[in-house]
Design a protein around this ligand. Sequence first.
Ligand code: HEM
Length: 140
Amino acid sequence: MYEFIQKLHSGWAYLALLLLVVAVLNALYGLISKKEFNATDRKIALFALIGTHTQLLIGLVIYFVSPLGFASLGNMSDKAIRLTSMEHPLINIIAIVLITVGWSKHKKLLTSESKFKTFTIFYTLGLILILSRIPWKLWL
Ligand code: HEM
């Protein structure tokens, strides 16, 4: 069970990050080029939302089955353990909340510029937070 979930979380991270990077670049391009926000732009942002939400669900499962998650929460003096049991989960949850806020906000906005701007700000903040707390040594 642990090994399967660990591989899933590790593998899905590539997809979730790729979708998020594409959504950030697309939002930035839309903002700079002043193009109309269309159905494809909406889909790109939606796929990034779904990709990160799926990773959040897998993350919540792995948190309770991994020896490096909840089980190690008491061991805060070890930097690597602190990263996987506290910093990575907490910061990633905040990042995914920001991404979700960006998605919700864009629905209420009327102009293409404001939609692209909202995605650029919220998705970029989410991406930066996620990248700042990846356990790179475990992953690569
Ligand atoms: C978009 C969000 C996330 C991304 C991109 C992500 C990515 C990763 C990556 C790349 C690893 C290293 C995997 C490896 O060992 O090869 C990892 C490990 C881990 N993640 Fe996440 N993660 C995310 C969200 C979460 C969340 C929300 C939680 C918990 C609530 C979580 C809990 C963990 C734990 C406990 C580990 C260590 C697993 C182990 O090796 O035993 N992750 N994550």
